[in-house]
Design a protein around this ligand. Structure first.
Ligand code: SAH
Length: 289
């Protein structure tokens, strides 16, 4: 992974995570507004429902080990540990979260301590493309909205596969662009320009389509691969984020967080317009090793 991209992602999350937590809470991801996106919900509840709906969709009702040992969960791109703590508690498991941001990792460690789970849930600054874990370590690998930051999507899935125990489950959600089919054609130059703006503002090297993720997963021998496009269910999130940016504490926080966070806030419309025109897609992939 190039050190420039790594540094940009690290600085972006170092600078913006405190404000996000203050305004939105511990989950730094979309919410679920019913399968057609029409349901009105409390915003934190919508984020928890996204986690629950994904687990349900993937058929993950429990995370267990054949030996009966405590199950091990890996949260790839963990933010401040929202999913890691939630999943560890739900499945009575141990969890490790990795992030590129030292600010996120230390906040996540503090949150685990506050929850009385410092022994069960741990956090490290580590690169998902070169994970500091042995092969066959985890029963469940979870990645919520980090794939879009990965400069090598194959290496990303390869690492997730490597650290998973045989029989273990993988579940991810990630930002994608629309599929390229003979009917829809290649991305137009206007679509490419729109994507380039999103990449620049949110520190993404590029995104790919969901069928491309599926092809990579197949090439790596993942089993029982399932995919789904949940764009309609999550797209309302961005309009709600835009509204929240006008709350007085958000405006004050933005002014204190620096230019990259302000620019990201000013560019929220890029994502809602991306969904509206069908360019941005919210892709899910589940599989087993
Ligand atoms: N999954 C979290 C956070 C999503 S934000 C949540 O839902 O709350 C994206 C996260 O991906 C950030 O924590 C960022 O540090 C992490 N990330 C991006 N690229 C990464 C990489 N190469 N290795 C590890 N983490 C990465």
């Amino acid at each position: 992974m190039t050190s420039t991209l790594k540094r940009q992602i690290q600085q972006f999350y170092d600078a913006s995570s405190g404000l996000w937590e203050q305004v939105w809470g511990e989950h730094m991801h979309h919410g679920y507004y019913g399968s057609t996106g029409k349901e009105k919900k409390d915003r934190r509840q919508a984020q928890i429902e996204l986690i629950e709906e994904m687990l349900n969709w993937a058929g993950i009702r429990q995370v267990g080990t054949i030996t009966g040992d405590c199950p091990q969960i890996l949260d790839v791109g963990c933010g401040i540990g929202g999913s890691s703590l939630y999943l560890a508690q739900k499945f009575n498991a141990r969890a490790v979260g990795i992030t590129l941001s030292p600010v996120q990792a230390s906040r996540a460690i503090a949150r685990a301590q506050e929850a009385g789970l410092a022994n069960e849930v741990q956090f490290e600054v580590a690169d998902a493309l070169d994970m500091p874990f042995a092969d066959d370590t985890f029963d469940f690998v979870w990645s919520m909205e980090s794939g879009e930051h990965m400069p090598d999507k194959t290496k990303f899935l390869q690492e997730c596969y490597r650290v998973l125990k045989p029989g273990g489950a993988f579940l991810m959600a990630t930002w994608c662009h629309r599929p390229i089919t003979p009917a829809t054609g290649e991305l137009t130059s206007d679509e490419r320009q729109h994507l380039a703006e999103i990449y620049r503002v949110y520190c993404l090297p590029y995104v790919i389509s969901l069928p491309e993720y599926e092809a990579i997963a197949r090439s790596l021998s993942f089993q029982n691969i399932g995919t789904a496009d949940w764009s309609d269910a999550v797209a309302p999130f961005w309009d709600i984020v835009i509204d929240s940016a006008f709350e007085p504490k958000a405006i004050l926080g933005l002014l204190q967080s620096g230019w990259s966070t302000i620019e990201a806030a000013l560019s929220l419309g890029l994502m809602s317009r991306g969904y509206q025109r069908g360019l941005i897609r919210f892709g899910l992939l589940c599989a087993h090793k």
